[in-house]
Design a protein around this ligand. Sequence first.
Ligand SMILES: [Fe+2]
Length: 445
Amino acid sequence: MSDETRWITQAYGGYDMKDLPNEPDRELTSVAPGSPCGEYMRRFWHPVAMSEQLGGKPVAIRILGEDLVVFRDLSGQVGLVHRHCAHRRMSLEYGHIEQHGIRCAYHGWLYDVDGTILETPGEPEDSPICKKICLGAYPVHEYKGLVFAYMGPPALKPDFCHYDSFDIPDHELVPYSIHSPCNWLQESENSIDPFHSCFLHGRVNGPQFPGLEHFVELPVAEYLQIDYGFVYSHARRVGEHIMVRFHDHLTPNFAQNGGMFQKFSKPTFFGRPSLTKWVVPVDDTNSRKFGWRHFNDKDEVLRQGDKESVGWEKVDFYGQTAHRTYAEMQENPGDWEAWSSQGPINIHKREYLATTDKGVSMLRARLKKHIRNIDKVSVPSGTLEKPLHTYGGDTVLKIPKRLNDERELLSEIQVKIRDVYLKGDVYEGEDRVDFLKRTLAELSQ
Ligand SMILES: [Fe+2]
């Protein structure tokens, strides 16, 4: 078998597996400092911890292959510093949190949140150490229960990007975080694959999400590349309606989708996301999802779910965590099993990508392009006053069936809706929402 051969082509060909490629695509999956994907990832702000983790003790975390501690000092400032003391490398997870900064338990060196050394109590008073060296530290931004960090070159630090979905009127954002024992890309790819929903969440073991039973229908999907990633959508007919779900998938690792408990029984115009999330690499073989579930008591869809079941290692919809028995996982596997069981790092050369993998292929190609042209990468920018527009959510229109070419109709309708979404970009805030709702209502018959 030559190096090029990637698949078994004979029945009972298991023995030939030994000759298949077995190396992961390091360019897309290695995240350590200095690695191509690691350097690319470090150009963006990522959530690295939940505010609720920050109590009286420092918290040891690992992000992008770096061992760190995160803490809130007694003045309220959050610090994210390298885990090992700059002196003799005792872990600062055993450090003492002070009014300003964290003190190493070993010889009492005190570090401010920015890594500067404030005190070296065992050294002579005129010791130059405080002025001479620092502990590695990263800037942080705490927002709505998540602690974000920028771990890239200081000179290239972008402002923290505000998305419009962070501040939707009446939306309550409830933070959560879940670990997966696999490379970040496997989990992220799940969010740009609308076809798995038909099978994993529907046909194979029965519907997993109440309200989304009609996801068993194979959708028609449309993908649009935008500056910062993808807006993609998938459409299905539900009775006299066509439902179109839009997703934001912004590179490298941000995604949003529509209502978790959407029923689609009546027209909906520019429904907003119920989930905003990032898949953050812990290291090459572990990842941690951080995100917010959106709740809105005034909205039929967004008041569904259970806030109490959203938080550290938990979220209120099926199959997202490891916390089930093996028997339960086998009985009805969910998303978590799908991405985790591909192995610590999936071997792309052993896959056989097919029609349903268009999004995955586009994502990988786009990531590679960015990684190889890192100096041309544009980082999303959005401010509190002028946040970056996103499109994730559901639109449901009443559209009569078109006999013979219903799939073509599904394609046309979602492109029409998408065009309206993009036209709405000239407006901001409520003006934009009003424009979109009004214009989409005109499309519904
Ligand atoms: Fe899924």
